[in-house]
Design a protein around this ligand. Structure first.
Ligand SMILES: Cc1cc2nc3c(=O)[nH]c(=O)nc-3n(C[C@H](O)[C@H](O)[C@H](O)COP(=O)(O)OP(=O)(O)OC[C@H]3O[C@@H](n4cnc5c(N)ncnc54)[C@H](O)[C@@H]3O)c2cc1C
Length: 473
């Protein structure tokens, strides 16, 4: 319970209160709302800073901008210079929460809350922003890379107050933007976001900064994507290269579970230690590589069609991948491998597997991982991957159980195994953590969607269906 609450009007008075152990509160949309939702109790002593005039205001300095810590998202969104020259930040502030959140929530609170899903973080990184921290001991300027250390943690001392956020003048002929994927448009935080600031010199990219949001414990830049864009003409090859780097960055953002496996820098080498708590043997990593290739593309399932529709409207490649991911998120597409994984993990041996699957079939319950909408006789991708799994460790108990499940379904005249079954078998037999099959599928498909988009960009728009109105009005 909060026992003391003070609201001084000067920075000096505020710093004295901070030194005595109080916690600052600006708009309260993280701190107070979080306490109401039971995330963390309110601190013992609160320092309300909203009455300190010196922390308000947006000032243009030599082409750059200084935001007072109390600048609200609504003020950022409405500021004409920020909208014109620092669009990524205006984009981000414009989609924070709701009108009420934007009117109340401040840039200082957003930055110091240090959520890896915060919206202004990526744009600020791309705009090369720094923050000024003040305490009674003095003032220091810190880059954002050096500020955030993890979800909700920073290098700022408890007695330091963020007083301003600064970013320099943008290079001539430059632009920036921020896009995010969320479950709904308002009152939602990013599931994933990406920001970019790109400068041109004539026809070539002279500098690029790219940052990803909500994928790692802190918002981080993607140097490989930046290198791919710098010096290019910003055309299709550069987009391809940047997409490759972004997919690798998605993989690198997953927590590491084991030391790196065998030597190599393929996506599979980077992915293995993030899915499996033990180092992978060379042939296992090669099998993961094969799985990624087998899954990268597969004609036009719903997610790929959605990606193509977005691309045909010339949507940014990031949004194209977003359209694919959104479709894949539905329970009818992409999630079946997890059901197979969960089934396989509950079956301790071949006998139990045969009994459980027979009972399911007798009770007309589905056994996940069998049959396919397109293939009629077999799923060649599944056959290839299962053959690889069998060759990795023929006596592996999980592999033997999976074979028994397959044999039991076939004995009852059921359909053939599909790629979800094969992928889940691969994940369980190699000891990967739960939901690894779905992760492999999703990462592989991102590459496929980008390839589809590059093809679609070259075509005229072609998705416009007609509807027949049947209502009475
Ligand atoms: C419904 C809802 C929707 C939201 N949607 C989004 C969204 O889409 N995107 C997004 O990024 N955020 C979102 N948020 C989070 C929040 O609104 C923002 O992070 C906002 O900018 C926080 O600012 P604040 O002033 O309210 O912070 P507060 O809650 O006052 O403070 C947040 C943290 O920062 C510290 N702090 C605040 N100011 C300072 C300072 N000057 N110096 C040192 N420490 C300081 C506080 O001690 C606290 O730890 C949402 C919140 C809600 C309630």
């Amino acid at each position: 319970m909060t026992r003391s609450f003070v609201a001084p009007t000067s920075i000096e008075d505020a710093l004295a209160v901070l030194t005595s152990g109080a916690r600052p509160v600006a708009g309260g949309t993280d701190l107070v709302v979080g306490a109401r939702q039971g995330k963390a109790p309110l601190p013992n002593a609160l320092l309300a800073i909203h009455r300190i005039d010196a922390l308000h205001g947006i000032v243009e300095i030599g082409g750059g901008i200084r935001l007072g810590a109390l600048t609200t998202h609504a003020e950022i969104e409405a500021h004409s210079t920020i909208r014109d020259r620092f669009a990524a930040l205006a984009d981000a502030s414009a989609i924070v929460g709701s009108h009420a959140t934007r009117a109340q929530g401040t840039i200082g609170g957003n930055v110091m809350n240090a959520s890896p899903a915060m919206d202004t973080g990526g744009p600020l990184l791309c705009l090369d922003a720094t923050v000024t921290l003040r305490s009674e001991a003095g003032e220091r300027v810190v880059s954002l890379d050096d500020l955030w250390t993890g979800p909700g943690t920073t290098t700022a001392a408890p007695e330091e107050l963020l007083v301003a956020v600064d970013f320099p003048a943008p290079s001539p002929h430059s632009g920036s933007c921020y896009v995010r994927l969320e479950y709904r448009r308002q009152m939602e935080i990013a599931i994933v976001g990406v920001s970019a600031a790109v400068a041109f010199d004539g026809d070539s990219v002279s500098g690029a900064r790219v940052a990803i949001t909500a994928l790692a414990p802190t918002i981080r830049r993607v140097p490989d994507a930046e290198r791919a864009l710098a010096g290019s003409d910003g055309g299709i090859e550069a987009i391809e290269e940047a997409a490759r780097a972004l997919i690798a960055a998605m993989v690198d953002a997953l927590p590491v579970l084991a030391p790196a496996s065998s030597n190599g820098d393929t996506l599979a080498h980077r992915l293995w230690p993030r899915l499996c708590p033990r180092p992978g043997r060379a042939e296992e990593v090669a099998a993961l590589d094969a799985a990624l290739v087998l899954l990268a593309d597969h004609e036009l399932p719903a997610s790929t069609l959605a990606a193509r529709v977005a691309a045909s409207m010339q949507a940014h490649p990031y949004l194209v991948v977003g359209a694919g991911l959104a479709t894949l998120g539905g329970p009818r597409h992409g999630g079946e491998s997890l059901l197979v994984e969960d089934l396989l993990r509950t079956l301790p041996d071949r006998e139990t597997a045969a009994a459980v699957v027979s009972t399911r079939i007798a009770h007309r319950q589905a056994v996940p991982g069998f049959g396919h909408m397109v293939y009629r006789n077999n799923d060649p991708r599944a056959d290839r991957l299962l053959a690889l799994v069998g060759s990795l460790a023929p006596d592996n108990p999980a592999w033997l159980v999976a074979q028994q499940v397959q044999a039991t379904v076939e004995r009852h005249g059921g359909p053939f195994v599909n790629i979800d079954f094969a992928l889940a078998t691969f994940a369980t037999a190699t000891g990967m953590i739960r939901a690894s099959a779905e992760t492999v599928f999703t990462i592989a498909r991102c590459a496929g969607w980008v390839a589809h988009a590059l093809e679609e960009y070259e075509r005229p728009s072609r998705f416009r269906l007609r509807a027949t109105y049947t209502g009475s009005g």
